[in-house]
Design a binder for this molecule. Structure first.
Ligand code: ZN
Length: 165
């Protein structure tokens, strides 16, 4: 069990997360660090999204819109995200009748997608992790490759070693 407010990370990540200082607690092989929220922002900085935990995995999809945006998605309940955007900063693009993709009106970055009609389980947001302020925060994470273009199934996965690429 992790101490309250802490999470376990593989060693390499924990060292990076702690700014290069190895934190050792109770002489255990596991390294702990304070849970850190993640923050994304569009290029001009007008829109930002905060989430309180690192995602378990992120998704790359090859559907007609995701491949064009080149996004990497992490999914969060709407209630666990904090979106800051001045009035008029966000523009929506509707993909068919099911999803809205929000982008910055000024710099064009795609920030998130959301269901157009929100109902129960569908009340989640896809947050574009390409906009993370610290891309290294995703080092070592699992990237799920979703074949949204054809089979609508997971086509494989890989571990993200160089997050900025
Ligand atoms: Zn912007």
């Amino acid at each position: 069990m992790a101490p309250a407010g802490m999470e376990a990370l593989p060693l390499g990540q924990a060292v990076r997360a702690s700014g290069g200082h190895l934190l050792d607690v109770c002489g255990q092989p596991t390294v702990w660090k304070a849970v850190r929220m993640l923050r994304t922002s569009c290029h001009c900085g007008a829109i930002s999204v905060e989430v309180m935990r690192r995602p378990a995995q992120i998704t790359e999809c090859n559907c007609s819109i995701c491949r064009r945006y080149g996004a990497r998605w992490a999914y969060y309940p709407r209630s666990s995200t904090k979106i800051a955007a001045p009035a008029g900063a966000r523009a929506e693009y509707a993909r068919g009748e099911d999803l809205h993709f929000d982008h910055c009106r000024r710099c064009g970055c795609v920030v998130l997608y959301k269901p157009i009609v929100s109902t129960g389980d569908s009340d989640r947001l896809g947050i574009n992790m390409r906009l993370l302020e610290d891309p290294d925060a995703l080092a070592g994470i699992k990237v799920r490759r979703f074949d949204g273009a054809r089979s609508w199934k997971v086509a494989g996965s890989r571990i993200l070693k160089q997050p900025g690429w």
